[in-house]
Design a protein around this ligand. Structure first.
Ligand code: ADP
Ligand SMILES: Cc1ncc(COP(=O)(O)OP(=O)(O)O)c(N)n1
Length: 522
């Protein structure tokens, strides 16, 4: 085989952990062992792990901790073989096969946790990922409550732990975090306490279209001495999320053994998982929370399936397509200095003036969307947006520009503003509703997405606090969510050519957004 082997040593720990982080021996096709329970419908547990390992380029092996009679609707019963037999399985694998990475899932009780912990310490030299499975989505317990302390005690013996928000709370022995910022702080405490890297998962966040994940390493071992790396993501609108935690943790074990980097592994795992979620509905497995589509990308790229997706799925693909644009916007000097308060007020005034010019024209484009809308409700939605946009322009002149503008400043549209507006106007010329709404969407969506982070930077003494606080308006979040729904509907109705036109309009607007935020500080 064509294995590329190279040993990397992740950062050493300074905390109270009992072993140093295990080195990773990088291989093209790592041999990955899953230690977990079963799911006869194939969506979670060991069955999901094996699919995930294979889909991410590994050779999967499996040691069963518990036999679970479950389906997409819930858990019926659990049969746990004697713990001695678990040890026999573990030794049978290790006596014969080099294990490049381990993923641990359902453990069930204290005896199993202890047996796995002892075996890990005696035998395993490669990276170990622990998914601290406690309760299934259906609400059924998969870990006895009296085993929670043993699960906490296992943490120093693994390299990465991947809790969802309720599991993170148990590991921290604290209440469940109610915001993403609280979850990150809680993960930092767990990481510091156990000397383990924590992959915090945002799947259980409510009231947001975002679905972020993050790596937290209190020892600052994430490359460049960083202790936090966040990956934003869009929530896929599907109820078929059974086994996402199992699949993500096995993907992490496989991908870290292929690249040697936890950060790279999470970036790749999240892209793959999001795509597998987008294609989940097409599987039609079970009547409850069905499984994700582990091999969707391979099947589509090999022509085995058509990769049919609904409008929301296609739209979230476009959002992923502009992930790099969004990351670059976050790093632009105008954005970072606005966030930290060091932005030159003259540059801010210049931005506001261009924004006012933009909003006046944008209002007319929204009015055009309203005129073309197929339903009265959508007509009202865009008309309301048009009114809101021109109101915002007038408000800029009434208040913000009075405060910041210097008399004699340039008020002509810049080349960048002109190019963006030309693009929006061009989207209206042929009366194609889908093209118009796809072109106006990035302004809603990127503004809302960026605003969520800028609000977090505001505080009482911040020089731009009043401006940053405007991003917190819940009405805008609601309007953004509705705009996304409407465009998803238009995507669903469009034929192949129409979708392509919409996608190009969307991507071009996103690029204009980046140029618009880049222009105030060059
Ligand atoms: N609807 C969704 N859309 C996109 N990603 C999701 C969705 N639900 C869960 N995820 C992702 O799936 C993984 C597992 O998340 P989570 O649901 O928090 O854990 P668990 O499955 O262990 O309860 C995370 O990477 C999370 O971001
Ligand atoms: C045997 C087994 N292990 C784990 C789970 C839970 O799966 P997970 O991916 O953590 O998440 P949900 O599917 O519950 O969202 C399970 N059901 N069975």
């Amino acid at each position: 085989m064509t294995a590329v082997e190279q040993t990397t040593t992740p950062a050493a720990s300074t905390s109270n952990r009992v072993h140093d982080r295990r080195p990773v021996t990088v291989r093209d096709t790592p041999r990955v062992l899953s230690i977990a329970g079963t799911d006869p419908t194939g969506g979670a547990g060991i069955q999901a792990d094996l699919k995930s390992i294979a889909a991410n380029g590994g050779y999967g092996m499996a040691v069963v901790t518990a036999l679970v009679a479950q389906n997409t609707r819930g858990v019926r019963s659990v049969h746990t073989p004697p713990v001695g037999f678990l040890r026999e399985q573990l030794h049978a694998v290790a006596d014969d096969v080099v294990i490049d990475a381990v993923k641990i899932g359902m453990l069930g009780d204290v005896a199993i946790i202890d047996a796995v912990s002892t075996w890990l310490q005696e035998t395993v030299t490669g990276p170990v990922v622990l998914d601290p499975v406690m309760v299934a989505t259906s609400g059924d317990r998969l870990l006895r409550r009296d085993a929670e302390a043993a699960m906490r005690a296992l943490l120093p013996h693994v390299d990465l732990v991947t809790p969802n928000l309720p599991e993170l709370a148990v590991l921290a022995d604290e209440p469940v975090a109610t915001s993403w910022a609280d979850a990150l702080a809680q993960a930092e405490r767990v990481s510091a306490q156990a000397g383990v890297i924590v992959l915090v998962k945002g799947g259980h966040l409510t009231g947001t279209t975002a679905c972020p994940d993050a790596l937290v390493d209190a020892t600052g071992g994430l490359g460049g001495d960083r202790s936090l790396i966040e990956f934003d993501g869009l929530r896929v609108d599907t109820r078929n999320t059974h086994g996402t935690g199992c699949s993500l943790s096995s993907a992490m074990a496989t991908l870290v053994a292929r690249s040697g980097s936890w950060t790279e592994a999470l970036g790749d795992a999240k892209t793959w998982l999001t795509s597998s979620l987008r294609h989940a509905d097409a599987l039609e497995v079970g009547s409850g929370n069905g499984p994700i589509n582990h091999f969707a990308e391979l099947w589509v790229s090999s022509g085995m399936t058509s990769g049919r997706q609904d409008g929301a799925g296609i739209l979230s693909g476009w959002w992923e397509d502009i992930a790099e644009v969004r990351t670059r916007i976050d790093r632009l000097p105008f954005v970072t200095t606005l966030a930290d308060g060091t932005l030159d007020p003259a540059r801010f005034a210049w931005y506001l003036q261009q924004d006012a010019i933009y909003l006046r024209a944008y209002s007319r484009v929204l009015a055009r969307a309203s005129a073309l809308a197929p339903t009265a409700e959508e007509q009202v939605f865009w008309a309301t947006g048009a009114a809101g946009s021109i109101e915002a322009e007038m408000e800029l002149h009434r208040t913000w520009l009075r405060t910041y503008a210097v008399s004699g400043m340039e008020v002509e549209p810049s080349a960048t503003t002109t190019a963006y507006l030309d693009h929006l106007h061009a989207a209206t010329v042929d009366g194609d509703y889908g093209r118009v709404v796809a072109a106006v969407l990035p302004c809603y969506w990127i503004y809302q997405d960026l605003g969520e982070r800028l609000v977090g930077a505001s505080h009482a003494e911040h020089p731009f606090a009043a401006w940053l606080d405007t991003y917190a308006d819940p009405a805008f979040a609601t309007a953004n969510a509705r705009a996304i729904e409407i465009v998803a509907g238009a995507v669903a109705r469009a034929n192949e050519t129409g979708r392509d036109t919409m996608r190009r309009a969307f991507l071009a607007s996103a690029a204009h957004e980046e140029a618009f935020f880049a222009e105030p500080i060059r």
